[in-house]
Design a protein around this ligand. Structure first.
Ligand SMILES: [Zn+2]
Length: 117
């Protein structure tokens, strides 16, 4: 992981992120890095004012050395980012899904058969 790129992403996020719920600006204290994997970084932002949690996803490819030298690119970073309100329903597997999976497996003679259905 490139420290400079990571630092730029965080700085650009802090400079550009505005809470969609209450229009508050954030500071570095409101930002946590959730994980980085490959070219992706996920950050969590908790609004200092209304306490709404946001998840910010960014990709390193957006910030190669040429882009880093281009102030316009940095200024426009916000348009490349996805700011998403944290939606726990997307993350968790529901009981219903597990039941359906089990049912599907029981009715299939093999895994290949299961995925054909
Ligand atoms: Zn807010």
């Amino acid at each position: 992981m490139n420290y400079l790129i990571l630092k730029s992403i965080i700085e650009a996020t802090i400079a550009n992120f505005k809470c969609k719920n209450c229009d508050s600006w954030i500071s570095e204290w409101n930002l946590n890095i959730l994980w980085t994997a490959g070219n992706n970084i996920n950050m969590e932002i908790v609004c200092p004012n209304c306490k709404v949690q946001w998840v910010v996803k960014a990709e390193f490819w957006m910030l190669n050395n040429n882009n880093l030298k281009n102030p316009d690119f940095i200024n426009n970073l916000k348009t490349y980012f996805n700011w998403n309100k944290e939606d726990s329903s997307l993350e968790s597997i529901k009981d219903e899904d597990i039941l359906n999976l089990r049912k599907g497996l029981n009715n299939s003679s093999s895994i290949e058969d299961f995925f054909k259905k």
